[in-house]
Design a protein around this ligand. Structure first.
Ligand code: B1M
Length: 799
């Protein structure tokens, strides 16, 4: 029986850790574990057998890192196929005779995709394709993409796995104690994105212990009808005598496994620190339990990296922001031509603030490279706002590029009933797991009657379903004509909305403002028509969310049509309403002071525009130190605060960090004063394991301005390298910066070495993690809280 059949009928047990068991059997630290598939096949086989003997139904191949990027660390990048084929063969030899299945394990690359890192979608896709093709060729029963923390990378891996062959794929993420992946994805969003990319099951592995995963498992099982895998670590790792120890017992792990099956999980196993004993106990506990088959109706769900938005036939209507569209907007057209994203960012934030739950993105300017323009917009927006995006273009190439880059589940705006559109757009939606807005027009144009538009909608749905796109992922736009020219068109549109909902059970959307072309006081007509469309059952509208009347109409109509049950949302909004009007057209941000603009730019990680903001501020007479102290540093500190409290995620931290670094590079020459008198030499470094260098760089420039020769060793600097440089340059002072509690522990080691070697140099320390008290405890000669204080202290230390 195949994996897909078995997983619906029985609760399956999957094996536990491989790496730790290989190490126990002699795999040297730092050696490539996958190489042992070739050099030590008997050891790998023995481990598989241990798991099979205790009841594992699925064993995973020793191929977690058998992919080019990882093997390159060992100079073995040309052995991808060899290691994968060997690993599958070993597993099959022991699994198949006992009726167990072989899952080809695929792990993440360990580097980020753009815009967070250097890798392009195509590069990542190619690497996963190479590995998955080898696994499929070797005959795995399923592939498991495991321990993924970045949804963007998971998307590329799933698309590659689907292209590699017709093998079921399990998409398994790692979530931390906050219940999100390290790039901020929640369990529902993870499930929504992967199920449309063809995953046969979704899951969580590694991460933390089973206790910390309980909520994640509940959320996963409630968010998808797919089978759910749960393979936690044997508790949280602890460091004991320099070794990592996992303390969760087999009995406790088994207990949780039973509970997870009750929540709806159906593939149970373990990850780091688990042994055959753990898996045996899990097998005993879940043996004979049957999987809970779920058949929930979720409606149309779209997702950004961090948030899912549901459009449900009975749920609240949703506003799709229309302002990121250059039609009729000269400033936005000019920005797109110049390759900038300033207005795009500002309008995106303003629309979300005004209540848009999804943002439509259109870059259609004549004579512009629209693929590049869309790429810029998507990369800027997907880190800036949590609202999912609606890709609005008629060019399949532009749509495809957007869908490759987007780390979520987008909507394509739009497909229609024309043959050309069906043939080009539907395959893109299928391949990249996107939802669709379906326009009810075809080769004959817009049909005049509601029943004809219904027929077009029916045809689009049928073609989409034939291609494997589920009908709930299609939202039908019944099209509104201009009432001044064709008054008979309005009732037909309203009728079509009702018919599509009743007869096809689909959700509907509309670009409302078309209705009022050519009439005075257009907002009035728009709002009245919008209320009528909502009464007819409209589920979403592409509109200007900064138009207060439209948003109020949406909220009030939701109450009147019974979609806002007990008017809860309406009341909450009215109570929270401070009476301030929602900003219109020109965002208020444009009137902000230069310091406020810079502060906001750091908060939003606006590395594209930060230099021009700095130039503007300098041109207005502000000085570099003022910009740092009053805008940039407070901005990055606020980012740190939000990251610490869990409202910002790693991508935002990274973009803000890059924005800061770029700002500093621009300000460096402004800060440098080139003093002549030399007062001493400082060897400066951010300690080992720590890549935070923004503060250290400021200290570096300030010291140089005050007559110190600064030997700046950079960041993540080894302790011995610091000592070596101090000796070589006869340093008067060693300056160490650390921003993490985990890295400041290198400071006492350096101080100890200075003393051991009898170096005639003082050690000063600083950085956000360090305190005066800590400096005293470790025997440092001084501590400085900021760069100005660092200069004062350094002068004092050199007498
Ligand atoms: Co990270 N980060 N970060 N981060 N980051 C912190 C430090 C954190 C406090 C955020 C938080 O959780 N709230 C937290 C550490 C928690 C802890 O240990 N207590 C944290 C974490 C967890 C992480 C990662 C682990 C995140 C992850 O990957 N999951 C990761 C670690 C990477 C690593 O180092 N191995 C990470 C990564 C990053 C980025 C790369 C994205 C980026 C750094 C980019 C870069 O530096 N090139 C980044 C950033 C930007 C921050 C925050 C938000 C800002 C740091 C900063 O630049 N501050 C930070 C939160 C925070 O500190 N509030 C945070 C502005 C700078 C001017 O201040 O460096 O303190 P500071 O320097 C001051 C003074 O301290 C003093 O003068 C400077 C000027 O006034 N000073 C000295 C500094 N050095 C001195 C030396 C001296 C004297 C004075 O004498 C020699």
């Amino acid at each position: 029986m195949s994996f897909k059949d078995r997983v619906r009928k029985e609760v399956l047990v999957i094996d536990g850790a491989m790496g730790t068991l290989l190490q126990q059997r002699g795999l040297p630290p730092g050696w490539c574990p996958e190489e042992w598939n070739v050099s030590h096949p008997e050891v790998v086989k023995e481990i598989h057998k241990l798991y099979l003997n205790v009841g594992a139904d699925i064993i995973t191949t020793n191929t977690f890192g058998a992919i080019k990027a990882k093997l390159a660390d060992y100079g073995m990048q040309d052995r991808v196929k060899e290691f994968n084929l060997a690993a599958v063969r070993l597993a099959q030899e022991v699994a198949h005779p006992v009726g167990a299945m072989v899952a080809g394990s695929v792990g993440p690359l360990g580097k980020f995709l753009q815009p967070l890192g250097p890798l392009t979608f195509d590069e990542v896709y190619r690497q996963f394709l190479e590995q998955c093709q080898a696994l499929v060729e070797a005959g795995v029963d399923l592939i498991i993409l495991e321990t993924f923390g970045d949804i963007g990378e998971m998307r590329a891996a799933l698309i590659a796995a689907a292209d590699a062959g017709d093998v079921p794929v399990v998409a398994s993420f790692t979530f931390d104690e906050t219940g999100r992946t390290f790039t901020g994805t929640d369990p529902e969003t993870a499930a929504v994105v992967v199920e449309r990319l063809g995953a046969s099951a979704v899951g969580v592995n590694c991460s933390v212990g089973p206790g910390q995963l309980e909520k994640v498992v509940q959320q996963l099982t409630q968010s998808t009808n797919l089978p759910v895998l749960v393979s936690p670590n044997a508790g949280m790792p602890e460091m004991v005598d320099g070794r990592t120890v996992f303390r969760e017992t087999p009995a406790v792990m088994a207990d949780y496994a039973g509970r997870f099956v009750e929540y709806g999980a159906s593939i149970l196993g373990g990850c780091c620190g688990t042994t055959p004993e753990h898996i045996g106990a899990i097998h005993q506990r879940v043996k004979g339990m049957t999987p809970k088959i779920r058949s929930n109706q979720f409606g149309l769900r779209v997702a950004s990296r961090v948030k899912t938005v549901t459009i449900h036939p009975a749920g609240l209507p949703v506003a799709i922001g229309e302002r990121l569209n250059p039609t009729g907007k000269k400033a936005l057209q000019a920005e797109i031509k110049e390759g900038k994203t300033e207005i795009t960012r500002r309008d995106a934030l303003a629309q979300v603030e005004a209540g848009a739950e999804i943002l439509d993105v259109n870059v259609g300017v004549a004579g512009v490279d629209q693929v590049a323009a869309m790429e810029r917009a998507i990369n800027a927006l997907q880190v800036l706002v949590d609202a999912p995006l609606c890709i609005d273009s008629t060019d399949p190439e532009v749509i495809e590029q957007a869908l490759k880059l987007y780390h979520g589940k987008a909507i394509i705006n739009s497909v229609n009933g024309e043959e050309k559109s069906l043939k080009t757009i539907l395959p893109l939606a299928k391949r990249y797991g996107a939802a669709l807005i379906a326009l009810t027009l075809d080769d004959q144009g817009i049909p005049p009657t509601a029943s004809e538009r219904l027929a077009v909608a029916r045809k689009i749905v049928q073609r989409a379903e034939e291609m494997g796109i589920p009908r709930e992922d299609i939202m039908v736009d019944c099209l509104v004509l201009t009432v001044s020219a064709q008054p008979e068109g309005v009732p037909e549109t309203l009728k079509a909305i009702s018919m599509v909902k009743q007869e096809l059970g689909l959700t509907t959307s509309l670009g409302v403002s078309n209705v009022s072309f050519g009439l005075p006081n257009r907002p009035l007509i728009n709002a009245a028509f919008f209320a009528m469309a909502l009464a007819a059952g409209l589920d979403a509208a592409i509109l200007n969310p900064q138009d207060q009347r439209m948003m109020e109409t949406l909220r009030a109509s939701a109450v009147l049509t019974g979609r806002d049950v007990r008017a809860e949302k309406y009341i909450a909004r009215e109570q929270a309403n401070t009476g301030t009007a929602v900003p219109t057209a020109a965002s208020p941000k444009s009137a902000a002071s230069p310091l406020e603009v810079l502060y906001q730019a750091v908060l939003s990680g606006d590395k594209d525009n930060i230099i021009s903001y700095i130039d503007q501020a300098l041109a207005q007479g502000l000085n570099a130190m003022e910009l740092l102290d009053k805008a940039l540093i407070p901005g990055i500190e606020e980012v740190g605060r939000r990251y610490g409290e869990g409202t910002y995620f790693l991508p935002q931290l990274m973009m803000a960090g890059e924005t800061m670094t770029k700002s500093f590079e621009r300000l460096r020459p402004e800060l440098a004063k080139n003093p002549t008198k030399r007062v001493g030499t400082v060897v400066l470094a951010t300690v080992k394991g720590d890549v935070h260098d923004i503060g250290k760089n400021i200290v570096s420039v300030m010291l140089a301005n005050h007559g110190f020769e600064v030997i700046d060793l950079g960041k993540n600097v080894d302790n011995e390298e610091v000592i070596k440089a101090a000796r070589e340059h006869r340093a008067d002072i060693i300056g160490l910066s650390a921003l993490m509690t985990t890295t400041m522990v290198h400071m006492p080691t350096v101080i100890k070495r200075v003393k051991e070697l009898g170096l005639n140099c003082k050690v000063m320390v600083g950085g956000a993690a360090v305190t005066a008290q800590y400096a005293k405890e470790i025997g440092a000669d001084g501590y400085a809280q900021d760069a100005v204080e660092a200069v004062r202290l350094a002068k004092e230390l050199v007498g």
